[in-house]
Ligand binder design. Structure first.
Ligand code: UDX
Length: 435
């Protein structure tokens, strides 16, 4: 199949490279000349394990192309994917659809023969209808069908998520479009991946409902963690105890400093707006948004409390800044709020993250960015583990203890065992594990 992928952001690039690896001929299109130049030179603008190699392989095998000019690729395409950004619109929680609609208009004038237009961007319910209307209006002769095919890619695990998904969701009324979509995802039949064919609006809502549900799960266990601390229970064992119930499931039950990233915060907000616009009270979604926002600041309060209520003049080392490991993404990262609150309380911040320090420089100031974990810890009054990078799971504890001014460890990701840390002479606290 011939695929045109509009947008070389995270989703477009990963999906484009993976479709090429499935054997299709894919052209990724972006208006940003520097981005396309970089991609053509073999540079990947995002941090995603395995992506560079996957892109290089498929470029070398002449199945993956990058260009700023959509004309040829869209004209020849069996499927044109819209994978442009849908940021939160300033001032309210609505998703900004400017880029989606601009892409639709551009595609409309270029398609030839029956073409499937696939929305991969996360878009509010009804956007597919609008895209269809734009194309029909711009090019009344166009033969096309608009499909919703949401992505469920986790940063840091995106290639695996694309190639071994739990399910593929295809939303359309057109049988011809379903045929094209099945052909595109044919390699997944080997793994017997369920393909859910449904109405377009249902498919659009599945994406928001999935992300919001995962956000609910995380926020729920975070609340239970707070309770564990007060009543003398252990949240990890509670998670295991409830997660083994198949109806609940074990995943996304790790208590921590609150969810961040490019999806959960944006998509929960957008879903809340969709609810408000439809006059449906989405009370659970609204409280999850509020509880999670509050939690990030409360993590700083936890640090301050643990250090005796006053951190002014103290030096605090942060290990991990990105919203999660294996990414350089700082969007909505809990570390931002934690740093800013600790600084307001008078603390000096040293920090180390294996990938996100360049990004972090853009969103936090007066932080001493260090060369490695031990450099960050040096002469600090406390170390706060904010992101659970693998390299922080096996730190040399003796070295850490002798580098710290005070052996205070606040582990917001529960990567160490409380008993063990205390045995090794640390003042240690974590999330939801009273002892
Ligand atoms: C998410 C969805 O998983 C993906 O399907 C969607 O398409 C995009 O959004 P991503 O944002 O990359 O992916 O990261 P994810 O691994 O889901 O983690 C999101 C946030 O939740 C992170 O801040 C992470 O630290 C937090 N989290 C996750 C927890 O605090 N506890 C958990 O148990 C799981």
């Amino acid at each position: 199949m011939r695929v045109a992928m509009i947008g070389t952001g995270y989703v477009g690039l990963v999906s484009g490279a993976c479709f090429a690896d499935f054997g299709h001929t894919v052209t990724c299109i972006d208006k940003a000349v520097d981005k396309i130049d970089a991609l053509n030179a073999g540079d990947i603008p995002i941090y995603e394990p395995g992506l560079q190699q996957l892109v290089a392989k498929n470029v070398a095998e002449e199945r993956l192309f990058f260009t700023t000019d959509p004309t040829e690729a869209v004209k020849n395409a069996d499927a044109v994917f819209i994978a442009v950004g849908t940021p939160t619109r300033r001032g309210d929680g609505h998703a900004d659809l400017t880029y989606v609609y601009a892409a639709a208009e551009e595609i409309a004038g270029l398609i030839e023969g029956f073409t499937v237009i696939v929305n991969k961007s996360t878009v509010p319910v009804g956007t597919g209808d609008e895209v269809e209307a734009i194309i029909a209006r711009t090019n009344p002769d166009a033969k096309f069908a608009v499909v919703s095919n949401p992505e469920f890619l986790r940063e840091g695990a995106a290639i695996n998520d694309f190639k071994r998904p739990d399910r593929v969701v295809v939303g359309t009324d057109s049988d011809a479009a379903v045929k094209v979509m099945r052909e595109l995802y044919r390699p997944l039949y080997l793994n017997e991946t369920p393909i859910i064919v449904t109405k377009r609006r249902t498919s659009e809502l599945i994406k928001y409902a999935a992300n919001a549900f995962l956000a609910v799960k995380i926020t729920f266990i975070n609340e239970i963690a707070d309770l564990c601390e007060k009543v003398g229970a252990n949240v990890q064992e509670v998670s295991r105890g409830i997660g083994l119930d198949n109806r609940i499931g074990a995943k996304f039950l790790h208590a921590g400093p609150g969810y961040g990233g490019s999806c959960f915060p944006k998509d929960t907000l957008a879903l809340a707006r969709i609810g408000a616009d439809a006059n449906v009270d989405l009370d659970i979604v609204n409280s999850v948004i509020e509880v999670n926002n509050r939690r990030k600041g409360r993590m700083a309060d936890k640090v301050i409390e643990f250090l005796g209520g006053d951190v002014s003049g103290k030096t605090i080392a942060l290990l991990g800044l990105a919203f999660k490991p294996n990414t350089d993404d700082m969007r909505e990262a809990p570390s931002i709020e934690i740093v800013s609150r600790l600084q307001k309380a008078g603390a000096r911040i040293r920090a180390y993250d294996p990938a996100s320090m360049k990004e972090a420089e853009q969103v936090m100031s007066d932080v001493l960015f260090c060369d490695g974990p031990y450099h960050a810890i040096e002469n600090s009054d406390a170390v706060v583990i904010v992101t659970e990078w693998d390299q922080f799971r096996a730190l040399d504890l003796d070295r850490m203890k002798s580098s710290l001014k005070q052996p205070n460890v606040i582990d917001l990701r529960n990567i160490y065992e409380p008993d063990y840390m205390i045995e090794r002479g640390f003042n240690y606290t974590s999330i939801g594990r009273a002892y």
